[in-house]
Design a protein around this ligand. Structure first.
Ligand code: FAD
Ligand code: NAI
Length: 466
């Protein structure tokens, strides 16, 4: 058996794995990235590029414009009668995804990373086997990501009952779609299909949507999505599903107890979270035992086995591409003898619905639970001139700052394009800025970003434009 020696072998080619490989190449380490592709495909990029962030955003963008053309253009004096071409919408998604995965391939070549196709298995300290080939590695980085979580009684067949991967490629617009789980996937993909014409009902176990988001944002989002036609059934659990050729009958019961009922839909999307993926990885060969939920525990990305590291969705923390990317860089820099660092307090979250929701730092609920004294400043987009002239006034920005030091502790926003605005506060928080620092920073006019400044001014009670 041929054996090649590497400084670092990375298992998994998603945002964790491919960024680790590129950084390793940049730092002059001899690196290989072993990836088996997602869903039978043979492209780099993992969940994010192939069946996650990117295809979902492609459909969100296209469906958003479709709905705007149908509902908002006339008010701007543009008369059109949009007609859906679902095949083309899927095609443009596939083309963008393909360009992105090829981009990662190019970056591997540029940084002299060997891309080894196939399933990698750790067979002992410093050894990874792929399709009969053994790679010797001074360091192994596990970046094998996650997969959709299942639900007893609801079998995903990718025909009538789909997970996020199936929901990204439905062959038709459902007449009715039931989404199980009012989390990020459910609301984003539910939005896509509602905009294209489906009647969407979301069944959620908890009595609120988007757990983890600030409660005020979650309420505002639910109100807005309800107004758009999405129906929410909170505090309900799905106990079974019967599938026929053309529809699904779901049995739903109130969590608090009460009579069960049946909801019929032609498609069901199961989106109740994701779980870490370590199948066939050979963890036992190096003595790693995942925690109860299957996550690999780490200390500064180092696992309990010497020379074996882990990053991204397979480890604890938010399951987000940018979290995986930060960990990739920090992990490789540590392996290379530098000091790697991730500020877990400043990892932003975004829900790409309309309006978008974005936040970073602590929620009001978290600050209250910690007993931390804070002040809040809030600014509505109804008072923002750019939002007003664009007829997109929904939402607000809320800034939470320490009552004594004025340090920004959390920022929560809902409104069109807030995904592009939250980064400003990430930078501010990395520099441990006070709300006054943002309040006294000149922002361009007219932009939505002025709402960020006005909300910061609100912390000290001198918001001027509302
Ligand atoms: P992954 O991207 O899952 O990559 C792991 C890779 O490892 C895969 O290619 C897998 O096939 C491979 N692999 C696994 N085991 C082996 C093995 N033994 N040998 C070889 N290869 C192996 N996050 C965001 O930040 N923003 C978003 O907008 C966003 N949207 C999303 C939308 C959807 C529908 C979904 C499902 C997820 C979304 N996410 C989003 C989450 C994001 O995709 C993940 O957080 C991210 O992909 C995690 O990166 P990773 O590198 O840890 O793992
Ligand atoms: P999620 O954790 O965001 O939401 C799952 C929802 O399902 C929760 O509200 C939960 O209470 C509910 N739930 C759990 N069990 C249930 C049950 N039996 N019946 C009804 N409801 C139930 O998970 P989701 O939406 O599947 O997404 C997985 C992860 O993927 C996200 O947490 C996020 O990390 C990532 N993601 C990120 C995106 C982004 O950054 N924009 C987009 C999509 C996914």
């Amino acid at each position: 058996m041929a054996e090649t020696t590497y400084d670092v072998v990375i298992i998994g080619g998603g945002p964790g794995g491919y960024n680790a490989a590129i950084r390793a190449g940049q730092l002059g380490l001899k690196a290989a990235c072993v990836d088996k592709g997602v869903n039978g495909g043979a492209t780099l990029g993992g969940t994010c590029l192939n069946v996650g962030c990117m295809p979902s955003k492609a459909l969100l963008h296209a469906s958003e414009l479709f709905e705007m053309a149908a509902k908002d253009f006339a008010g701007l004096g543009i008369e059109v009668a949009p007609k859906l071409n679902l095949v083309q919408m899927m095609q443009q998604k596939a083309e963008s995804v393909s360009a992105l995965t090829k981009g990662v391939e190019f970056l591997f070549k540029k940084n002299k990373v060997d891309w080894i196709k196939g399933a990698g298995k750790i067979t002992g300290p410093g050894k990874v086997e792929v399709g009969g080939q053994t790679l010797a590695a001074k360091a192994i980085v596990i970046a094998t990501g996650s997969e959709p979580a299942g639900l007893a009684g609801v079998t995903v067949d990718q025909k009538r009952i789909v997970d996020s991967t199936g929901a990204l490629s439905l062959p038709e617009v459902p007449k009715s779609l039931v989404v199980i789980g009012a989390g990020i996937i459910g609301l984003e993909l539910g939005s896509v299909w509602r905009r294209l014409g489906a009647k969407v009902t979301v069944v959620e176990f908890l009595d609120r949507i988007t757990p983890g988001a600030d409660a005020e944002l979650a309420k505002a989002l639910q109100r807005s999505l309800t107004k758009q036609g999405m129906e929410f059934r909170l505090g309900q659990k799905v106990t079974g599903a019967k599938t026929s050729k053309t529809s699904v009958a779901l049995t739903v019961e109130p969590v608090a107890g009460g009579a069960a009922e049946t909801i019929e839909a032609d498609y069901v999307l199961l989106a109740i979270g994701r779980r870490p993926y370590t199948e066939g990885l050979g963890l036992e060969s190096v003595g790693i035992t995942p925690d109860k939920r299957g996550f690999i525990e780490t200390d500064h990305w180092q696992t309990s086995a010497e020379g074996v590291w882990a990053i991204g969705d397979v480890t604890l923390g938010p399951m987000l591409a940018h979290k995986a990317e930060e960990e990739a860089v920090a992990c490789i820099e540590t392996i290379a003898g530098h000091v790697g660092h991730v500020n877990y307090g400043v990892i932003p979250s975004v829900i790409y619905t309309w309006p978008e929701v974005a936040w970073v730092g602590k929620t009001e609920e978290e600050l209250k639970a910690e007993g931390r004294a804070y002040k809040a400043g809030k600014f509505p987009f109804t008072a923002n001139s750019r939002a007003k002239i664009n007829h997109e006034t929904e939402g607000f920005v809320k800034v939470l700052a320490d009552a004594v030091t004025d340090e920004v502790l959390g920022v929560h926003m809902i409104g069109p394009q807030v995904s592009e605005m939250v980064g400003e506060y990430c930078v501010a928080m990395e520099f441990r800025a006070a709300s006054e620092d943002v309040a006294r920073t000149c922002h361009p006019h007219p932009t939505r970003s002025e709402a960020l400044k006005q909300a910061a001014m609100g912390v000290e009670g001198w918001t001027m434009q509302a």
